[in-house]
Design a protein around this ligand. Structure first.
Ligand SMILES: Nc1nc2c(ncn2[C@@H]2O[C@H](COP(=O)(O)OP(=O)(O)OP(=O)(O)O)[C@@H](O)[C@H]2O)c(=O)[nH]1
Length: 388
């Protein structure tokens, strides 16, 4: 048994037990009214009123506990609530039985037989109503049946013995059936939770697999495959809504020399740091950054004009500059830290209108930034380039 499914089953059974309380208590209010009327032919009304009043009061208390449980019950205190609930149910059974024994005239067979009928009816209702919990069923079943049987056998004469015998036969059969149906009921609740948990686990695994299929394992950025899909979608959206869209491709400068100087593991760490800085800037809804390949990254910026994207690129370059990751062997003039070159293009005034044309255009701009000495942003409007 997996513990949390077992615990959930236990809590569900307690909740189901409480759920029956309101209906059952209303039924008890009706029942005691009818029983009191029936006994009013042979017993003083004032005493009957006390008895019926006690049962009515307890029924109302039980209804209140149902609402209190809904408000204050939780996973930790649920079994305590169940014990309290069973205690009240037990007392209810005792009060019924005391009344039966006190008010029944021993010389009136119809009253003796009627006790048998009431006891069978009550215990049947408690068994059926609380199939999920043997404890709950028995907390009423036992106090109402056992004393009644003893009383009827001892003092009820032949009519009482018949009634007692009926209760015994009924009780043995009911308990046997109750045990079986309780087992099946609990099992079905358990299987239901187990099934739900299994579905949840599968959903989580599917989500993880889905995430893995979209992510780059080193930097945790989106991978090229997902980038390609997203770019096509964003271009379609931009065209439909006649909105601008920009693409930035950037690449670490002299990264081969970095790896040669500091080793591949440091190279990986450097890529991770650059990815984190870039990711921290990609904050608008719809913006997207991906590792395009090796030491090359791509950023999609929907709904932004070219000058905004150039500003973004400059900002990214500045942030990387301030990170000041040492790069002693870079070929960038007068610099001893890691730098990047960026190519910026856009959909509206760029040369291309398809994903591959846009990538090509950003790549050309990036190549131009490299050619012009690296550590700079190049964008194709007016063939301009900005050095950091
Ligand atoms: N550590 C590490 N290095 C990588 C990874 N992917 C690509 N590289 C290295 O990145 C380097 C790229 O070299 P080049 O294409 O010559 O580019 P570059 O040295 O940055 O030169 P420029 O782009 O012209 O400035 C190669 O040495 C690759 O091995 C990676 O995941 N981890």
């Amino acid at each position: 048994m997996q513990p949390n499914v077992a615990k959930k089953t236990e809590l569900e059974i307690i909740a189901l037990t409480f759920a029956q309380t309101v209906n059952a208590s209303i039924a008890h209010l009706f029942a005691i009214t009818l029983i009191a009327v029936w006994f009013s032919y042979v017993a003083p009304v004032s005493e009957l009123l006390i008895w019926a009043g006690a049962i009515a009061f307890l029924s109302i208390v039980r209804i209140t506990t149902f609402f209190a449980f809904r408000k204050y019950g939780n996973d930790q205190n649920a079994s305590l609530w169940l014990h309290g609930w069973a205690g009240l149910f037990f007392i209810l059974g005792v009060i019924y039985v005391c009344g039966f024994m006190y008010f029944t005239p021993l010389n009136r067979p119809e009253y003796l037989v009627s006790i048998g009928m009431f006891v069978v009816a009550f215990s049947a209702a408690s068994a059926i109503g609380h199939t999920a919990s043997l404890y709950a069923s028995l907390s009423f079943f036992i106090p109402i049946t056992l004393p009644s049987v003893v009383f009827l056998f001892l003092y009820g004469g032949s009519a009482g013995s018949v009634a007692a015998f009926t209760i015994v036969i009924y009780s043995v059969t009911a308990l046997f059936l109750l045990k079986k149906s309780n087992k099946a009921y609990k099992k079905s609740i358990f299987l239901n939770f187990e099934h739900t948990q299994e579905i949840e686990k599968r959903k989580q695994i599917e989500k993880q697999l889905h995430d893995i299929s979209r992510k780059d394992s080193l930097t945790n950025l989106f991978n090229r495959r997902y980038f390609d899909e997203t770019l096509a979608v964003e271009i379609g959206r931009a065209k439909r809504n006649k909105l601008p869209l920009c693409l930035i491709m950037f690449d670490l400068d002299c990264f081969k020399e970095y790896n040669d100087k500091y080793g591949h593991v440091s190279g990986d760490n450097c890529l991770i740091q650059i990815a984190e800085i870039a990711q921290s800037l990609v904050s608008r809804q719809g913006d997207m950054i991906a590792r395009y390949g090796g030491e090359e990254f791509a950023i999609i910026l929907p709904n932004i004009e070219l000058d905004g994207a150039v500003l973004f690129a400059n900002n990214l370059q500045e942030r990387i500059k301030y990170k000041n990751i040492p790069h002693a062997d870079t070929k960038v003039a007068n610099i001893k830290h890691v730098t990047i070159s960026l190519g910026v293009t856009n959909l509206t005034i760029g040369k291309g209108t398809t994903a591959s044309e846009l990538i090509q255009s950003a790549d050309v701009a990036l190549y131009e930034a490299k050619k012009r000495g690296r550590n700079r942003v190049h964008f194709d409007a007016n063939d301009s380039s900005v050095e950091a």
